[in-house]
Design a protein around this ligand. Structure first.
Ligand SMILES: [Zn+2]
Length: 172
């Protein structure tokens, strides 16, 4: 398996080695300088090599250099989110199998709390077993962790940009 989590190989455009003011300006105007030809892939496509051997033709995530699937392999936080999306599907199926009428929405902390309360109520009422409730609980925990990780990552990214911006202004 791949260990280089921070690998920035391949197609790097806007996040190219910092050139201070130029980069900051590009972010402000939204018109990044024409990227040097770093790879063969068209700029809007992922371009990672696939198991089949070709380049990935899936569009990049906005602000990222790869598609959702390939980006998740390099970003633990995003990987957790993708996994959680899969688990959400599992949670919905699980609760349906219990024959409970509980809408499972783990997309926000509030809706997740509602699910937790209803599942707790169901287990106390004897409608589901403790181990069934435990299964849902595990998914809820995973969903909350993933949300937390994503928020932390966004904040760090924001801080980094502000620092870069201030640094660029200090020099100019
Ligand atoms: Zn891809």
């Amino acid at each position: 398996m791949s260990e280089n989590i921070n690998a920035r190989d391949g197609v790097v455009e806007v996040q190219a080695p910092s050139t201070g003011a130029v980069q900051a300006l590009a972010q402000v105007t939204g018109k990044p300088r024409r990227a040097r030809a770093a790879g063969s892939a068209p700029s809007n496509l992922c371009g990672e090599s696939t198991k089949a051997g070709g380049a990935c033709r899936t569009p990049k995530m906005s602000g990222r250099s790869r598609c959702r699937f390939h980006e998740a392999q390099h970003d633990p936080a995003l990987g957790a989110l993708v996994a959680t999306d899969r688990q959400r599907g599992g949670a919905i199926r699980t609760v349906r199998e219990f024959g409970l009428d509980i809408p499972v929405d783990l997309s926000t902390p509030e809706s997740t709390r509602t699910v937790a309360e209803r599942v707790a109520g169901a287990v106390l009422a004897g409608k589901i077993t403790a181990s069934q409730a435990q299964a849902v609980s595990t998914l809820i925990t995973a969903a909350l962790r993933a949300t937390e990780a994503a928020v932390t990552r966004d904040l760090e990214e924001l801080e980094r940009r502000i620092e870069e911006e201030l640094e660029a202004r200090g020099r100019g």
